[in-house]
Design a protein around this ligand. Sequence first.
Ligand code: NDP
Ligand code: HSE
Length: 435
Amino acid sequence: MTPLRIGLLGIGTVGGGTYDVLTRNLEEITRRVGRPLVITRVADLDTDLAKSATGGSAEVTDDAFAVTRDPEIDIVIELIGGYGIARELVLDAIANGKHVVTANKALLAVHGNEIFTAANDRGVVVAFEAAVGGGIPIIKALREGLVANRIEWIAGIVNGTTNFILSEMRDRGVSFADALADAQAKGYAEADPTFDIEGVDAAHKLSLMAAMAFGVPVYFEDVYTEGITAIEGVDIRYAERLGYRLKLLAVTIRREAGIELRVHPCLVPEDVLIANVEGVMNAVLVQADAVGPTLYYGAGAGSQPTASAVIADLVDVARLISADPGERVPHLAFQADQLSDTPVLPMDDVQTSYYLRMRLADEPGVLADVTRIFADESISIDAALQQEPGKELAADFVVLTHMTTERAVRAAIAAIESLPTTHSDVVLLRMEKLS
Ligand code: NDP
Ligand code: HSE
């Protein structure tokens, strides 16, 4: 059995986990693949750390290009991250005829169209199961398990760091800053954690899932992205009183005129499964025409869970390495020459339900004015909650709307904010029933 020789670039959180899991489970994995998968070379800037992590069983270098150009290497695993050197290394590995496994969603969301084209031209695979949902095999599901279906929508919690922060804040009353520091210490967060908390990481992942669901290019630039930094505890509590949980949701929906692509904090009914996904766990709900809804759940980040997905890709590549490139599963699930140019809908055209919180004067006729504005915009109210007025004779008024458009809600908000009896800006959160 000739071993498959692997070069690992970056032996940090995920790279270290990959090395450990592959070493620990090598015998079992070899029984599955039919030949051993061996990491023979490791590149990391910290060569001492790499030497101690590998215990001398792999050749260590600080020059990653020496690995991508090594004729003895069959597969390169890129676990450095970012779009800079990682892009150069991945393109160099492809140019040198190596198959590539990466967990780098940022790289693929921004440069995926270029990278997949280069890989197709060279006849090599770029596998990226770990890039979305950590250890959850969601890429496999979208690319293979669901291919009989016309996918209608996807809604997911795909960022472990923000889900961890929201859970810690809600359950244990931990501050935002402390919860983020904990997520960083546990190795969940990106090198630049603003990618997590501002929703960018979830947008990277959503653009990849949408491409595979709908057969469109990777549209990262068009994802509407809103993170969790502006969330106030009061809205988490009002949402709970109304029977909802607040989650950072990545949503893509196929509409007649185009596709919705959006990441934002979102109320979800507390009795749907996804509302109860806590901590670093991720979940992706896929609605498809034949199978109906399917839900994929598991650890969305962390060393060994992510390593599980990286190694699944290694096994896939090992099994397909001698297949004709034209017979392999396409990178983005659809044949590269069959992508459609379905547009991404502007946010104004998005259709969903809304949570709106406003502070109103405690005077006769105030609610009538507000409800008249909703009626003028053809917005139907689903539920409402009014707080007892305080000393300042104003009170929070929270409204849940039925399905409407973002355009109508924005117009209603502008009208409400211009009333002399409105004492605050209106807080807007979106809401998905997921049914
Ligand atoms: P880490 O920062 O823990 O690891 C990256 C490693 O790459 C470090 O050891 C770093 O060395 C090394 N490195 C940096 N530059 C170079 C270079 N030029 N040549 C060789 N090595 C280099 O990151 P993670 O393991 O957390 O993330 C890796 C990738 O996996 C990212 O794309 C991330 O988005 C993705 N990912 C991460 C998950 C997680 O839970 N952490 C989950 C899913 C995906 P040094 O420290 O010395 O700079
Ligand atoms: N920073 C990411 C997260 C890592 O928190 O989900 C997994 O992609």
